[in-house]
Write a protein that binds this ligand. Structure first.
Ligand code: PGA
Length: 242
């Protein structure tokens, strides 16, 4: 069944102390949020321990921002499935454009990571999206379909979330127009041919545009970067109005 999911991606932000401070303000701001809205916090590895304790007993789910496909080994700087299992995480972001752009992720490594996430019982949030140049060249659909085909080989579609994140809208303040985000997500849904998959929009989501985005029929939720760092602002996003 398609679920409403609002996930915060903290990227490389917040120390453990700052993460706990966020939580103190945030938990009261979402105390009235309907349970049908799944709230996820994808925090840096260093804050997984403290946030796993903080979130205990709450409906908010914990997520990581990446994982390696091997169980252990000589992979400096990486984190594995068994390490994440200890923190009780539910979700893991895979294939974020910043990983693809700055850390050499390819559709193939994205695929390895997706399959590893599912092996350890985490729901992967697969990010796909085009650059400004690709959009200008009219390559948006072809690129996204190729990212899906290659990334999803051997992946169980029954336990997966997709985030459509146009690269030109990430951290830039330029949101993809709600109707256009809706259109592209509709394309993704028809390619996957699995009506139950939740597909989120990501890229400069903020309190000012969430209501319009969530009013679109194809958009099931949001992956929120910068605006998830502020507890009140992120709570307003989660408590979007219909
Ligand atoms: P942004 O980031 O909300 O800061 O644009 C979104 C993301 O990268 O997931």
């Amino acid at each position: 069944m398609r679920r409403t999911i609002i996930a915060g991606n903290w990227k490389m932000h917040k120390t453990q102390a700052e993460a706990s401070e966020f939580w103190q303000d945030f938990k009261s701001a979402i105390a009235e949020t309907a349970e049908s809205r799944e709230v996820v916090l994808c925090v840096p590895c260093t804050s997984l321990g403290v946030m796993s304790k903080n979130l205990h007993g709450s409906a908010v789910k914990l997520g990581a921002q990446n994982l390696h496909w091997e169980e252990s080994g000589a992979y400096t700087g990486e984190i594995s499935g068994p390490m994440l299992v200890e923190y009780g995480i539910s979700y893991v972001i895979v294939g974020h454009s910043e990983r693809r752009q700055f850390f050499g992720e390819t559709d193939q490594t994205v695929n390895f990571r997706l399959r590893a996430a599912q092996r350890y019982g985490f729901t992967p949030i697969l990010c796909v999206g085009e650059s400004k140049a690709q959009r200008d060249e009219g390559e948006t659909e072809t690129l996204i379909i190729s990212q899906l085909r290659k990334g999803l080989k051997g992946v169980d579609l029954a336990d997966l979330v997709i985030a459509y994140e146009p690269i030109w809208a990430i951290g830039t303040g330029y949101t993809c127009e709600a109707h256009e985000a809706n259109r592209v997500i509709g394309v993704i849904r028809s390619v996957l041919d699995r009506p139950e998959i939740s597909i989120l929009y990501g890229g400069s989501v903020k309190p000012q545009n969430i209501d319009e985005l969530m009013a679109q029929p194809e958009i099931d939720g949001a992956l929120v970067g910068g605006a998830s760092l502020d507890p009140q602002g992120f709570a307003r996003i989660i408590n979007y109005r219909t």
